[in-house]
Design a binder for this molecule. Structure first.
Ligand code: HEC
Ligand code: HEC
Ligand code: HEC
Ligand code: HEC
Ligand code: HEC
Ligand code: HEC
Ligand code: HEC
Length: 312
């Protein structure tokens, strides 16, 4: 038997009723489709699975303390306007991006996105005034000072939902571009910066060296305050700070400590070490190059040569 589509005969009232029923069914089906696509597409799993480029963010989110919080809670403002924008513009653009491989790779490699997430998104659920914080040992943190300066949560807590994203595909190995990004950043493998770290994060504003601060991050300070630089602003007395650095007179007194053993200083301050001056020895921040050339690791003392055997 062959199925032959047959248009209803519009000259009869039965035929007209048939057409109306077909049209109704199509309209209801269409409405259902239109209504369900955004609902399905707003589901966190959809975001991670259908959009393979976001798989690492989905996987890392599942392992985070926010695994019960939808992507949208942090990623879009919940209002009809933003929802419509997301569905009508961002969604389709995302699908095109996914199909044609137009996503930046790795997505958000320099974490610029963290500076765009407004504090209100986090404040939907978090009220720091009512929270008791227990910080890691030896660390002092002042949430009110930053909130007063207009600095949003994600500026520091940037990896809060995506810590460890690097271990998932396609970020892990399917994107050759990640190798290039890693090479540029001087890393062996690509890793997002964690702004909860002192050097990568806090020193963007708090570093004693103007070269180590980050102008874009400094712009986020809205009340004109200066971020203090003393080690003791963030470290309690029992934190194992390098010798001398806690003293208020270190800037004028470090010479003596340095001369005792420059090697101690260069563990942290040599060119290429953690706290250098933009690729040069840290000391060149204040000392002229020729002067700093004298500040070198001392060669290890040579053992005294064995005494000559006495002649008979
Ligand atoms: C608790 C808030 C929060 C939730 C929930 C959340 N994200 Fe994010 N997301 C962030 C923040 C903050 C960043 C910025 C990271 C940075 O700049 O380093 C980010 C960044 C991203 C990026 C850019 C790539 C990257 O790793 O920086 C993608 C893609 C992303 N999120 C997708 C998702 C998806 C998909 C979900 C749900 C499965 C989700 N996010 C859930 C806070 C969140
Ligand atoms: C829809 C609610 C919701 C939103 C939005 C939300 N959080 Fe959370 N957050 C939670 C819950 C629930 C927990 C787990 C319980 C707790 O520690 O309070 C949590 C835990 C945390 C923790 C402690 C655990 C950890 O992973 O270190 C931090 C830090 C945090 N959130 C920061 C943020 C930041 C930053 C944002 C905005 C980018 C944000 N949250 C947005 C609900 C939310
Ligand atoms: C200037 C950087 C900075 C900003 C801005 C910031 N935090 Fe934090 N936050 C920290 C540091 C540092 C810690 C302590 C981490 C530790 O002790 O290991 C912390 C701890 C927390 C914790 C406790 C985590 C835990 O494991 O119990 C929560 C929750 C939290 N912050 C939420 C927020 C929220 C919400 C905002 C925005 C209103 C915010 N923070 C803004 C740096 C910041
Ligand atoms: C966007 C710039 C910025 C970043 C990033 C930043 N801070 Fe701050 N911080 C400030 C500013 C500005 C102040 C001074 C606020 C004031 O005086 O009211 C401050 C003050 C503080 C204070 C109070 C010090 C005191 O003695 O009053 C502590 C503690 C602190 N920051 C810790 C941190 C830690 C820890 C980090 C990294 C996780 C960090 N900050 C990252 C800008 C920043
Ligand atoms: C703005 C806050 C802030 C200031 C100022 C600050 N620290 Fe830290 N420091 C932190 C935080 C937060 C951590 C823990 C996160 C980490 O390991 O990077 C830390 C960790 C450290 C560590 C262990 C990790 C590492 O990189 O070796 C050392 C050492 C250290 N600080 C030394 C210092 C010295 C020395 C100074 C002063 C010249 C100083 N800190 C000033 C916030 C600060
Ligand atoms: C923040 C600026 C600054 C930085 C960074 C700095 N110095 Fe100095 N240094 C000074 C000043 C200022 C003096 C002069 C102090 C005085 O004698 O009044 C000085 C003096 C010295 C002296 C004694 C004078 C001499 O020429 O023999 C030595 C040694 C010295 N510094 C070593 C170092 C070393 C090593 C480093 C890097 C690990 C370093 N300094 C980083 C500012 C700095
Ligand atoms: C454990 C790592 C470590 C060691 C070892 C170390 N420093 Fe530092 N030093 C730091 C850090 C971190 C900073 C802050 C860097 C910044 O502000 O960007 C700093 C800052 C300084 C400053 C600038 C202080 C200011 O007021 O701006 C001087 C000077 C300095 N160190 C000299 C030395 C000398 C001299 C030695 C050897 C006796 C030494 N350091 C050993 C970690 C170290």
């Amino acid at each position: 038997m062959r199925f032959k589509p047959r248009l209803p005969d519009l000259s009869t009232s039965k035929g007209r009723l048939q057409l109306a029923l077909y049209a109704g069914a199509v309209a209801i089906g269409g409405l259902f489709f239109v209504a369900s696509v955004p609902t399905v597409a707003s589901n966190s799993t959809f975001c991670g699975v259908a959009c393979h480029s976001q798989n690492p963010q989905w996987q890392s989110w599942k392992e985070s303390a926010h695994s019960q919080i939808t992507c949208y809670s942090c990623h879009i403002d919940i209002s009809y306007k933003h929802l419509a924008q997301e569905k009508l513009i961002a969604g389709p653009v995302g699908i095109i991006g996914e199909v044609f491989g137009l996503y930046e790779k790795p997505i958000n490699a320099d974490s610029h996105y963290s500076q765009k997430i407004p504090v209100e998104r986090c404040e939907r659920c978090h009220a720091n005034e009512n929270r008791e914080f227990s910080f890691s040992e030896g660390i002092i943190m002042d949430h009110d000072a930053h909130q007063g300066a207009g600095i949003a949560c994600a500026v520091c807590h940037n990896r809060v939902a995506h810590q460890g994203a690097e271990k998932f595909e396609p970020l892990k190995s399917a994107w050759p571009e990640t190798k290039e990004a890693a090479r540029k950043a001087g890393q062996e493998e690509f890793a997002y910066k964690n702004f909860m770290k002192m050097k990568d994060g806090c020193f963007r504003c708090h570093s004693g060296s103007p070269e180590s601060r980050d102008p874009k991050t400094l712009e986020l300070i809205k009340n004109g305050r200066r971020a203090p630089q003393a080690c003791t602003a963030c470290h309690t007395g029992d934190f194992d700070l390098p010798r001398g650095h806690t003293s208020g007179t270190w800037r004028s007194e470090h010479g003596e400590a340095a001369r005792e053993n420059f090697g101690d200083c260069f563990d942290c301050h040599a060119a290429g070490a953690d706290y250098d001056n933009n690729g040069k020895d840290w000391c060149t921040l204040c000392h002229a190059d020729e002067q700093a050339d004298r500040f070198k690791r001392q060669p290890a003392p040579q053992p005294a040569p064995p005494p000559e055997p006495a002649l008979e």
